[in-house]
Design a protein around this ligand. Structure first.
Ligand SMILES: Cc1ncc(COP(=O)(O)O)c(C=O)c1O
Length: 322
């Protein structure tokens, strides 16, 4: 199964946990999102599906990726964990693929309180299978014989309280996303002439929802990214020097440690690929190396964009020795 290089571990770990081997697609140069060419290069006779993440709420090149999946007859799963309310050409992300998964943990635009998630698909039979998988394999709909557990699965049921929070929060989603767009566009205007930092370009037709904002740091002599980010943090800007989200570089993946020391699914007899295959992903590695991550708060607008731009300019001035 093709998975994106930059994603939360929760966007990749379910793949081997379901017995599928993840093959890792690099991102587009300078981007946190996958490139259609990088995905295509990985497709082979063993490929069963493509997972694409819209990281930070920035739409991936979804139209081209849908066309690619269709060309190869592969299901496409959109990971919309960070992309609630984002769209491409007016169509919401999550409505492009065969199915989409949304995380609704407390920090997401659409939250159900603690933890949780939503799966969307237009395929009713597929949703029946999802319900079954989310409820200890219990029958759901007409696809599975009644009275029997169809598969072994865990209990991912959502309780009523979480559902009530989720319904209320969903009605606020458009406002939450609008505010973030205002904040980012104001910040963009303010920082347009500042060569030390660069905000992501928005492709034509894309409407991001900005779960966070990646900020490219171009470097000032004597000030590496960590030092620059630490100075911003001292100005109370909620910034992280790095988005640590390259799951394939982590120990569990490198050591293929999913089901104890068995090496499964890489060691499965049915698997005819190279179990030790490496994924260098130079674009993703470079993108992580030269970006900081600015957290964007729900209540922010133009005034906060002004404050943050002023703090960035102050740090730039100090770094340049002014
Ligand atoms: C891109 C991505 N995929 C998947 C997940 C996993 O979501 P959850 O923690 O709700 O399982 C996250 C969580 O932040 C994520 O950011």
């Amino acid at each position: 199964m093709v998975v994106p290089a930059i994603t939360d571990p929760g966007g990749m770990m379910p793949v081997p946990l379901c017995g599928c081997v993840p093959v890792v697609a690099d991102t587009a140069p300078g981007s946190f999102n996958c490139d259609v060419d990088q995905i295509e290069a990985l497709i082979g006779p063993l490929t069963s599906a493509i997972i694409v993440a819209h990281v930070a709420g920035e739409p991936a090149d979804i139209r081209a990726i849908v066309a690619l999946a269709d060309r190869h007859g592969l299901p496409l799963i959109e990971d919309c964990a960070q992309a609630h309310g984002a769209s491409m050409d007016g169509k919401p992300l999550g409505a492009y693929g065969t199915a989409a998964a949304f995380s609704t943990m407390w920090g997401k635009h659409h939250s159900t309180g603690g933890q949780g998630g939503v799966v969307f698909s237009r395929d009713a039979a597929l949703i029946d299978q999802v319900r079954t998988a989310a409820d200890r394999g219990k029958p759901s709909g007409s696809t599975i014989p009644a009275g029997r557990n169809a598969i072994a699965s865990l209990n991912f049921n959502q309780d009523e309280l979480a559902s009530a929070i989720g319904r209320a929060q969903l009605s606020r989603l458009p406002d939450i996303v609008d505010r973030r767009r205002v904040f980012v566009e104001e910040l963009r205007i303010r920082l347009d002439d500042e060569p030390a930092v660069e905000l992501p370009e928005v492709p034509t037709g894309a409407q991001p929802s900005w779960w966070f904002l990646r900020v490219r740091y171009h470097g000032i002599e004597g000030w590496d990214k960590e030092r620059f980010a630490a100075a911003l943090a001292a100005e109370r800007v909620p910034v992280n020097a790095t988005y640590a989200a390259l799951p394939h570089t982590y120990e569990w993946f490198r050591e293929r440690r999913v089901f104890g020391a068995s090496g499964f699914p890489w060691t499965a007899t049915e698997y005819r690929g190279d179990p030790d295959r490496q994924f260098p992903c130079p674009n993703a590695t470079a993108a992580i190396a030269d970006h900081m991550v600015l957290q964007v708060m729900e209540s922010w607008g133009a005034a906060e964009a002004e404050l943050i731009a002023t703090a960035i300019e102050k740090v730039v001035t100090v770094a340049r020795g002014g």
